[in-house]
Ligand binder design. Sequence first.
Ligand SMILES: CC(C)(COP(=O)(O)OP(=O)(O)OC[C@H]1O[C@@H](n2cnc3c(N)ncnc32)[C@H](O)[C@@H]1OP(=O)(O)O)[C@@H](O)C(=O)NCCC(=O)NCCS
Length: 149
Amino acid sequence: MHLSVRPATEDDCKLIFDWANEPEVRNASFYTEKIEWPKHVSWFLQKLNDPNSLILIFEVDGLNAGQIRFDRNGEYFEIDYSIDINYRGKGLGKSIVSLGISKINSQFKKTIKILAKVKKGNSISAKVFRNLGFKELNLVNGDYEFKYE
Ligand SMILES: CC(C)(COP(=O)(O)OP(=O)(O)OC[C@H]1O[C@@H](n2cnc3c(N)ncnc32)[C@H](O)[C@@H]1OP(=O)(O)O)[C@@H](O)C(=O)NCCC(=O)NCCS
């Protein structure tokens, strides 16, 4: 299994749309409504051109397997990530977050502070950040915040 990473391009618009609307991904998001195509297109093009965002696509043996988006939020970059349904539970979550962090660090030529907000009940995602040594903060409403600095 060979894992590689590349920056997202305009050609990935539909791929990211389909991943974002997959039910478990919507359920794990803080905004759970289905995403509409026209809104997605303008949002995606704006993100691609935003110097404060970075979208990475991860491939396993040349096939699209997951994505990470980093968005600047104050002094941190906040992570959004997901693995294609066919590739979950194989340890890829941890690998893509770790590879994604080294990519963003090399892009900005410094150690970037990372923030991950994880919804209550998403113990698999919480485990990914815990296993990578993120500092954990359990919020009163049951959500988690993880920081890496
Ligand atoms: C969260 C997500 C990215 C994790 O990626 P993944 O590749 O499936 O996760 P991994 O295989 O790396 O597993 C992470 C940990 O959870 C455990 N795990 C994975 N699937 C599991 C399952 N179905 N039940 C229980 N534990 C599970 C793994 O054993 C691993 O722990 P370990 O390293 O201590 O053994 C993926 O499940 C996903 O895309 N979910 C929907 C979107 C989402 O939740 N995004 C994150 C928003 S914060």
